[in-house]
Design a protein around this ligand. Sequence first.
Ligand code: PMP
Length: 305
Amino acid sequence: MIEAAETLWLDGELVRSDTARADLLTHTLHYGFGAFDGIRCYRQDDGGQAMFRVGEHMRRLRDSAAALSIPIEHTEETLVEAARGTIKANGLADAYVRPLVYVGEPNIIFAHWLNEPHTAVLAFAWSGYSDRNREEGTTATFSSHRRPKAHAGLYKAKACGHYLLSVVAYSEAKQRGFAQAIFIDEDGMVCEATGENIFAVHGSVVSTPPASRSLLPGITRDTVMRLAADLGYEVVERDLGTDDLLGATEVFSTGTASELLPIPEIDGRKIGGGAFGPVTQSLQQTMMDIVRGRAPDPRGWMTPV
Ligand code: PMP
């Protein structure tokens, strides 16, 4: 269980979490009509704290809300400041920040514009995975739930309602004894995991499904593609079938919450040697060194708190 911290940011102000409550008539609660994002803040080796690619996450939040025609008056800079303020107010170092745009009460008719849009930024203390988890990774299964085609581009929005299928597929995977589910679509092509992007490694070639599939082209996905190119791997976006994953030398997932995790086994079949492969290791290490402030950050990904 993770517990929300005592103070959160709501519509421009820091307030106590126990005073910020939503009504049962909140539109978003009924229809999933809202947008959210997730940002990690890392304790730095020099004692400071820094947020990872926070500006891009806040831009994506605004873009997701815009895709749903929910107006947000707060600029990207204000939202970054809100994340900083929430982390500071709660005295957090390793943290997960969850901005949420929702449509409030009192109407549950579809005309969402009759409701007031709200923006909240919540923070949780979260140290994330242990080094052991990061090495052992996670088992996965191909979900029996097919991802619908990327209709109308809405899959590029991090919209609340999209996560219905993720929760269902994740629960099904857990019930069947796997830690994670991988979605394939109606064409039989791999899309993504429930809240992570998927990569396959074949020798020194690192591939991931193209953004034209039903997937959220994650910020960690972009990070890893850039770092892989820096490290001299060939990076390709291409359609991957289930055989491309099962026949890969390594498979791993990327996402803000789980960072970069090896997937050594899918549906009980070992991938490559079934271990923490060398390409996954080098990418994970390179990324963790940047986020912890142990390596230079030439792209300016880290924003001090
Ligand atoms: N796909 C889905 C469905 C997600 O929810 C996430 C998490 N935001 C990702 C992929 C990974 O995106 P990111 O690396 O930006 O966290």
